[in-house]
Design a protein around this ligand. Structure first.
Ligand code: TMP
Ligand code: ASP
Length: 238
């Protein structure tokens, strides 16, 4: 596998072409952003932790029958993935109220959401990722109706798998964001699953162990990511 030119640099990952048109390399950087890029910092080891964490989760999801873009780990901070046509839609599931839903609906943080809430957001930093619905997606052609239905179904399926996986490690999966793409016409999970894009709380104390530590300036960001990885059994180098 030969790494070729950079295709795209996101806020926390860079994407490279390879000599195989069907494959890309994702490079997880230490850059950490919040509030659509308004707050930015480099946190040593974050790229490595998220790369390992994401590989672990993607493999668990594959085992559960969810198609993902994950191919192979290439290095501490790089992974080989399928070259997909990404849909600019973010799928969020919430098991407990936190973040934007508290602001929008005046909910107290930590209220249980049963059944879990599903929301779509448009991936557009300049517009601050506005919440959208299926009607917007259809009208503006961001994804086809059949693909929207599939993304939603897969996002809920991920909840069934990961809620239990995290609970077994003493963690509550509060909410998470997924992004999907098309690979040879099939809807496949892309982007990443890491503490950057989900909320995880200690099941007993409800201590925050995710990117909210960075967003809210609580400190101990990397320590929290490492604790979560260690509790799940994700192997991390010293
Ligand atoms: P929110 O509470 O800010 O709407 O976010 C819900 C969850 O989705 C939270 O775990 C963070 C994640 N998320 C992202 O990682 N990136 C995004 O652009 C959005 C909208 C949400
Ligand atoms: N992922 C978005 C950003 O980096 C939103 C967030 O995590 O707060 O800016």
């Amino acid at each position: 596998m030969e790494k070729r030119a950079e295709l795209y640099a996101g806020k926390a990952k860079s994407v490279y072409y390879t000599d195989d048109a069907d494959k890309l390399i994702l490079h997880f950087r230490d850059d950490t952003s919040a509030f659509d890029g308004e707050k930015m910092e480099q946190l040593a080891r974050k790229g490595m932790i998220n790369n390992r964490f994401n590989a672990f989760i993607m493999q668990k999801l594959e085992e559960a029958g969810i198609p993902t873009h994950f191919e192979t780990l290439l290095s501490d901070t790089e992974v080989v993935v399928k070259n997909m046509q990404m849909m600019p839609v973010e799928c969020v599931v919430r098991n407990l109220a936190a973040g934007s839903i508290c602001r929008r609906l005046g909910l107290e943080e930590g209220v249980e959401l049963d059944p879990p809430v599903f929301e779509f957001f448009l991936k557009d930093d300049a517009l601050h990722d506005p919440m959208i619905n299926e009607s917007h997606i259809e009208t503006f052609g961001w994804a086809k109706a059949e693909h929207v239905a599939k993304m939603k179904q897969l996002t809920f399926q991920v909840n069934d798998v990961l809620k239990q996986l995290f609970l077994d490690a003493g963690l509550l999966l509060v909410d998470y964001k997924l992004e999907f793409g098309l690979f040879h016409g099939e809807v496949v999970l892309g982007d990443e699953f890491s503490p950057d894009g989900c909320r995880l709380w200690d099941a007993q104390t409800r201590k925050k162990l995710d990117k909210d530590r960075f967003r809210q300036g609580l400190g101990g960001v990397i320590e929290a990511y490492e604790e979560v990885a260690q509790r799940l059994g994700v192997a991390l180098p010293e």
